[in-house]
Design a binder for this molecule. Structure first.
Ligand SMILES: C[S@@+](CC[C@H](N)C(=O)[O-])C[C@H]1O[C@@H](n2cnc3c(N)ncnc32)[C@H](O)[C@@H]1O
Length: 254
């Protein structure tokens, strides 16, 4: 998937230039700080946040840049064995995979939104795909509600995929596929469901328009397609006031 700006590179540039700037400032103006690692880290954090701001990074990155190096110094002092860091990093990677590229983290459709989605399935047996199916919980729920329909889920993060695959094995009308949903042809589905983030919505719309059949429904949980009027919007009566944006991107029948 193409992204305008890789966030990892952006963050790395801010942190590195922040370190260079902080080192220069400390050497020239505050040499007494050289004996105080936490204070040096604090200056680096300030410089990194400043550089991120100059790069027009998102505002919510500022506290992350401010706190990253000071926290690293504090944690270093705790003398936690290094394998714990590696284990933590590996676990997060297996759960979230390349969120830095996809810009789609893991969060799950709740039961009420799942019920509202089930209400959007046509009365006849159809196939539905969940683009990025997470732990497969939504598909399990739908498969039980509609045993006449076929449900497919794509997931690229290894742990959620493994969980989804294992937990859906007993459901004959669910198929969990490991991989990138951008490679999934959408032509065979009457309903395409996406719970992603604002970032891929334009690209998803282009794919849906090119591939989805007339009358097939694209439903996006929480994230509207920019500049496209939805066919309808369903307000779910849950605590987070979920909205399901419904579109028919396929060729219109006249
Ligand atoms: C917000 S979660 C939604 C999970 C599930 N659809 C639900 O509603 O409960 C989005 C999921 O999409 C997955 N994902 C993001 N980009 C993907 C891609 N290109 N291919 C496959 N899965 C992807 C993420 O790993 C994450 O598990």
């Amino acid at each position: 998937m193409k992204q305008a700006e890789p966030p990892l590179r952006h963050a790395l540039v801010a942190q590195t230039l922040g370190a260079v700037l902080a080192a220069g400032m400390i050497l020239v103006f505050f040499p007494t700080l050289l004996a105080q690692p936490l204070a040096m880290a604090g200056v680096q954090g300030l410089c990194a946040a400043l550089i991120s701001h100059l790069q027009r990074g998102p505002l919510w990155w500022l506290p992350i840049h401010l706190g990253f190096m000071p926290l690293a110094v504090v944690m270093q002092g705790l003398r936690i064995p290094s394998w714990i860091w590696l284990a933590g990093f590996t676990l997060l990677l297996l759960i979230f995979w390349r969120t830095d590229r996809s810009r789609v983290p893991l969060y799950l459709t709740n039961a009420l939104a799942g019920e509202a989605l089930a209400g959007l399935l046509p009365v006849e047996p159809v196939a539905m795909v969940d683009l990025g199916c997470g732990d497969g919980g939504l598909l399990r729920r739908l498969a039980r509600l509609r045993p006449d329909c076929r449900f497919v889920g794509y997931e690229h993060a290894p742990l959620p995929w493994a969980w989804a695959w294992l937990s859906c094995r007993s459901l004959p009308n669910v198929q969990i596929r490991f991989g990138d949903f951008w490679a999934c042809p959408l032509g065979g589905y009457a309903l395409v469901y996406a719970f992603l983030s604002p970032s891929p919505m334009r690209e998803l719309w282009a794919k849906a328009k090119a591939e989805m059949k007339a009358n097939a429904l694209l439903v996006s949980n929480s994230f509207a397609v920019p500049d496209v009027q939805p066919l309808s919007t369903i307000q779910v009566a849950d605590r987070r006031h979920t909205r399901l944006y419904c579109y028919r991107p396929g060729p219109s029948r006249s």
